[in-house]
Ligand binder design. Structure first.
Ligand code: NAD
Length: 249
């Protein structure tokens, strides 16, 4: 069990891809800190549901877009576990629309959670990981960051493109401290986020994917676990596609 006793923080872990990632680490007997901005009781329930494994599963409610809340969360993790081995920046929001309909407020919200939230968590975690001289950071991006997007309001795809750039920048800056920084770029994963699609759009998306199906959150989790493992020790600054072959870059 390569993750036994490792300490992993997963943001946006109450549901969807984040919950699957937290579950995958828990099954490996890692200690998992589940972060989300949802109701505290809901997050506690999710964490409790994973507590059947040997590692501890802890709920820590914080809004990743608020740097003080993020710093406090990392301080609490250090106090409780003494270290942080893995950070998965998964929390993200999407707004639908176009350049004609998007408001300045929607732009700010998406950039604040997706991009600044990832930055806040990387900065606070890096402080601890640099002192440890080890760590793995995995940022959940999106295919939209590479291709642009027609269904989300402008803000979502640029936030993900900037996350990819942040991933590469931090991979360069943190390599000297034994910290690997990578990303995953999913497409069309079955979660509440993709449940917003109409039946027609869903069919069209499946048609456009060479593997002819949507992806499952657990399949993104497996890619994250690989990047967090020592098997990926010589990989840093990589954005791994998890997209059924839709984009091969
Ligand atoms: N589902 C897809 O097809 C897909 C495709 C590409 C990328 N992604 C990315 O994967 C990640 C997870 O997506 P999902 O489909 O599971 O979405 P989701 O909406 O089901 O889950 C996102 C979680 O993040 C939490 N969250 C939102 N704002 C937060 C904040 N400020 N602080 C902490 N937590 C916050 C939400 O409460 C929720 O639990 C996102 O970054 C998303 O952009 C998803």
């Amino acid at each position: 069990m390569p993750f036994k006793g490792k300490v992993a923080l997963v943001t946006g872990a109450h549901r969807g891809i984040g919950k699957a990632i937290a579950g995958a680490f828990a099954r490996e007997d890692a200690h998992v800190i589940l972060n989300d901005v949802c109701e505290q009781q809901d997050l506690l329930n999710t964490a409790e549901g994973l507590s059947i494994h040997k590692g501890q599963c802890v709920a820590m409610r914080a809004d990743v877009s608020r740097s003080e809340q993020v710093k406090d969360m990392i301080r609490r993790i250090e106090k409780r576990f003494g270290r942080l081995d893995i950070l998965v920046n998964n929390a993200g929001i999407i707004r639908r629309g176009s350049i004609e309909t998007v408001s300045e407020e929607e732009w700010d919200q998406v950039i604040a959670v997706n991009l600044k939230g990832t930055f806040n968590c990387c900065k606070a975690a890096a402080d601890l990981m640099i002192r440890q001289r080890s760590g793995k950071i995995i940022n959940v991006s999106s295919i939209a960051g590479k291709t642009g997007d027609i269904t989300s309001a402008p803000g979502y795809a640029p936030s993900k493109a900037a996350i990819d750039s942040l991933t590469k920048t931090l991979a360069r800056q943190l390599a000297a401290y034994g910290i690997n920084v990578n990303g995953v770029a999913p497409h069309a994963i079955e979660t509440d986020m993709s449940a917003e699609w109409s039946e027609e759009r869903r069919r069209a998306i499946i048609e456009s994917i060479p593997l002819r199906r949507l992806g499952q959150p657990e399949e993104v989790a497996e890619a994250v676990l690989f990047l967090a493992s020592d098997k990926a020790g010589f990989i840093t600054g990589e954005i791994l596609d998890v997209n059924g072959g839709f984009l091969m870059d």
